[in-house]
Every structure is written in C-alpha cells, then in structure tokens.
Design a protein around this ligand. Structure first.
Ligand SMILES: [Zn+2]
Length: 65
C-alpha cells in the first residue's frame, strides 16, 4: 500500500518552454487581402505569452515515485 506522503514533490522554476524566457510570443497573421492578384503578406505581432503570462518562467511540478 502506497501512502501519498511517500511521494517526493519537487518544484522547479524553469524558462518557459513556449517563449524561451522572453515572456512574449511572436505570432504572424496575414494582412487584409486587398487585391485579388496579390496574396497578403504576413504581419508579425507580439503578445504576452499564454503559458507564463509574461513572466518568462514556468513552475514545473515533478513527482518522483
Ligand atoms: Zn512563456
């Protein structure tokens, strides 16, 4: 029988894997298609990282059995 208290919890703060510690993510979106003959170019825009909410770090909970 295994008791939960036998498990070892470890919390580490690491660079966010999504933004690599930047806290922001760069996305691309097509510009409005103004001409039928010319495909829209991509416009870059930056948003706060959804994974770390701009902190650039994430806490990783590891459970060692
Ligand atoms: Zn992030």
């Amino acid at each position: 029988m295994t008791s939960p208290s036998m498990m070892k919890y470890r919390t580490e703060t690491t660079h966010c894997p999504e933004c690599l510690g930047d806290g922001t993510l760069t996305y691309e979106r097509p510009e409005p298609w103004v001409s039928r003959d010319t495909p829209p170019s991509l416009e870059e825009y930056t948003r706060e990282c959804w994974a770390c909410h701009g902190s650039g770090e994430t806490k990783v909970d590891e459970i060692d059995f």
